[in-house]
Write a protein that binds this ligand. Structure first.
Ligand code: GLY
Ligand code: MN
Ligand code: MN
Length: 443
């Protein structure tokens, strides 16, 4: 796996055309896009790992872009003001070879000179859109930061349509994640603790913690019932029931976001429930095609979950009643999924048109992160879950329909989530995740 320069040059051509159109439509003559500067923890000289502004990262993929600034001016080669201080405390960023012939690169050792270079390059421009976080840089330049929201919404809307280059990178991120998942599963089978499973994941995926797209969720037993469980117990529990792993990979800045759940006792009821939910997830993915509403898919999965609640004896009412009474909301409390790309929760899930108008959220599922119709080249997750979370089950309005003892017997398992990453294509969809597991497991 490496950096695909051929598709990258087409990616830049496509971005150039799209940004030129958006700038024109919003009355700007150029955009200035800083990668961003790292900040320090309060009252400390240590920083969190640097994460670039995603609008910048779409032009100049990670890593090592801290403090660089890009000037996008329609009709002109994009100009990259690269900051490369002489430093013996840290290794400074170095200009990646794939910038050759794509960007007009200027390298600066001093930030004052970098700002002077940007001032000089932008002097003749009158209305520059500033797409970034550093107001200090913005204050040094005469640029527009007001009324930029609709322009940024349009960029965010466009980010949901992945180019060939982006899809290649997301496939790379998937391979990295799947390597980690398989090693983590092996560690689980050998009796490892959450901490040791986490380490097995990092080792096999060859990622440091700060390179992960999001913190690994490695949950044994009831910990799987905390949706974003964030600790790594050093000891294996005396009795292991279940294992949920939500962990991804990052490649040239692009993310994968993958979840699998395993029973410690193949063939038990929890294992059957995993398989039943997996079948529902695969059937729903199998039907994904252009023009469908993601909200409808989310609702369909609630009906599927209702059926499973009946089939496995968690409720005594009908599946319709479990859906209508919102019992399914207590067992499946998160959205079916979200857009994926340079961010794990990629933005733009509520923006429905090229003019980036927002959809109205659904009354029942206002927090669903993706509320759009499916269109070609979107990448999104499909991640149904069934959890046994006492604090949610306790909120169900009509508790007489719940078989408390049956539910209680599943609390030690925590819950199930199964998450694949899906590319919508002209003729349907491609599951980016499954074939990579299948191929690795068949070796
Ligand atoms: N890993 C976070 C999520 O699945 O949304
Ligand atoms: Mn996930
Ligand atoms: Mn996800």
């Amino acid at each position: 796996m490496s950096f695909d320069r051929t598709s990258f040059s087409r990616h830049i051509e496509s971005l150039s055309a799209k940004w030129a159109r958006a700038l024109d439509e919003h009355g700007f003559d150029a955009a200035l896009v800083p990668a961003g500067t790292n900040s320090y923890y309060f009252a400390d000289d240590q920083s969190p790992p640097f994460r670039p502004n995603p609008h910048f990262a779409r032009w100049v993929p990670e890593p090592l872009t801290e403090d660089a600034v890009l000037l996008v001016c329609p009709g002109v080669t994009p100009k990259l003001f690269f900051y490369q201080p002489d430093d013996f405390w840290y290794v400074p960023p170095s200009v990646p070879p794939w910038t050759d012939g794509v960007f007009d690169v200027e390298v600066y050792q001093e930030s004052e000179n970098q700002i002077e270079g940007i001032v000089a390059a932008t002097r003749a421009l009158t209305n520059i859109a500033y797409v970034g976080p550093d107001t200090e840089l913005a204050n040094n330049l005469v640029i527009t930061t007001d009324d930029i929201g609709p322009f940024i919404d349009q960029l965010d809307y466009g980010r949901s349509f992945k180019t060939e280059f982006e899809i290649i990178n997301m496939k790379g991120a998937t391979e990295i994640g799947v390597r980690g998942h398989l090693a983590a599963h092996r560690a689980f089978l050998s009796g490892a603790s959450e901490f040791d499973i986490h380490m097995a994941y990092l080792d096999a995926s060859k990622q440091t913690e700060s390179e992960l797209p999001y913190p690994n969720i490695i949950a044994l037993n009831e910990h799987a019932g905390t949706l974003h469980y964030q600790h790594y117990d050093r000891a294996t529990p005396k009795r292991v029931h279940s294992f949920l792993i939500d962990a991804g990979g990052k490649f040239n800045g692009y993310h994968s976001d993958i979840t699998r759940t395993y029973s410690a006792t193949p063939g038990d009821d929890f294992d059957s429930l995993i398989n039943a939910l997996d079948e529902k997830q695969q059937a729903l993915i199998g039907d994904i095609g252009l023009g469908l509403s993601y909200l409808d898919l989310h609702e369909r999965m609630h009906h599927d979950v209702a059926e499973l609640l009946v089939a496995f004896g968690f409720v005594t009412c009908s599946a319709e009643a479990a859906f209508d009474q919102r019992i399914t909301d207590a067992f499946f409390p998160h959205g079916l999924g979200h857009l994926l790309g340079l961010q794990t929760h990629d933005v733009g899930g509520q923006l429905t048109t090229h003019q980036a108008e927002s959809t109205s959220p659904s009354d029942r599922f206002p927090n669903l992160r993706l509320n759009r119709q499916i269109e070609a080249n979107q990448v999104f997750t499909v991640e149904p879950g069934i959890y046994f979370i006492p604090m949610l089950i306790d909120t169900v309005e009509n508790p007489t329909d719940i078989n408390r003892d049956r539910v209680q017997s599943f609390v030690p398992f925590g819950g199930i989530r199964i998450e694949d990453n899906i590319l919508a294509t002209q003729d349907g969809h491609e599951n980016l995740t499954r074939p990579v597991f299948d191929e690795a497991l068949s070796r």
